[in-house]
Design a protein. Structure first.
Ligand code: PXP
Length: 240
């Protein structure tokens, strides 16, 4: 059965819009866990635009299902990860001007840096996931560097328009997932997944976990976070 990781970044985005203390991402993480989240994800960006160091530390203390820290391969953030020791880190590329993570981490181009970081995470007992585009060379490079998990970028699928483009994007995810499974990696998927497109993905490619943030937080504005997480969990659990 496919598991659901809930990303709480955008609870922090709303909080930071006013510079105050609400809504509290830690509270959101606990509600998400109570309503079916199998893990909690947060992204400590170099510019701290949503999640802060304080959030990561508190989340690490209170989250029981497993905290996944999404991060760039940046020495300052690596040090935070090694101190906080989340269950897993997920390596993503980061560009200051982007609205959200736009592309997979290039595990081929950054193979040496990834391998060095992988050794440090392994020594600290932290699992390593690498967010990559759905391409076999990227999956193989992540595996070679020491990743335990690849998270396949579902943005091209989520944004595809028309039957042919959707099929093509799904086929690429399926091929990359099979390559990862053959190498013994776990396969996660994320980016742009929502209440309408996640079922189709999971029917074709039943990955171990999907990580979802924006659509759950958006729905929560109208239905409450409890219902938003529960509804997504039901779709994911019955499709995957
Ligand atoms: N996975 C990765 C690597 C991401 O960067 C993001 C966005 O923070 C997500 C999953 C969740 O994407 P979304 O917010 O579109 O559900």
């Amino acid at each position: 059965m496919t598991l659901l990781g809930v990303n709480v970044d955008h609870i922090a985005t709303v909080r930071n819009a006013r510079g105050g203390s609400e809504p509290e991402p830690v509270y959101a993480a606990l509600i998400a866990e109570q309503n079916g989240a199998d893990s909690i994800v947060c992204h400590l960006r170099e510019d701290r635009r949503h999640i802060t160091d304080r959030d990561v530390k508190l989340l690490r203390q209170v989250v029981q299902s497993g905290l996944q820290l999404e991060m760039a391969l940046n020495e300052e953030i690596i040090k935070v990860a090694l101190e906080v020791k989340p269950a897993e880190v997920m390596i993503v590329p980061e560009r200051r001007e982007e609205q959200t993570t736009e592309d997979g981490f290039d595990a081929v181009k950054n193979a040496d840096a990834l391998k060095k970081a992988a050794e440090r995470f392994k020594e600290a007992g932290i699992g390593l996931s690498v967010f990559v585009n759905a391409a076999m060379d990227q999956v193989e490079a992540a595996h070679k560097a020491g990743a335990d998990i690849v998270e396949l970028h579902t943005g091209p699928y989520s944004h595809a328009e028309g039957a042919d483009a959707i099929d093509k994007a799904l086929d690429a995810i399926e091929t990359a997932a099979h390559c990862a499974w053959e190498l013994g990696l776990d396969v996660h998927a994320g980016h742009g997944l929502n209440y309408h497109n996640v079922e189709r993905l999971l029917r074709q490619v039943p990955v171990e976990k999907v990580n979802i943030g924006h659509s759950i937080v958006s729905r929560a504005v109208f239905t409450g976070l409890e219902n938003a997480v529960r509804d997504m969990k039901n779709i994911v659990a019955s499709a995957g």
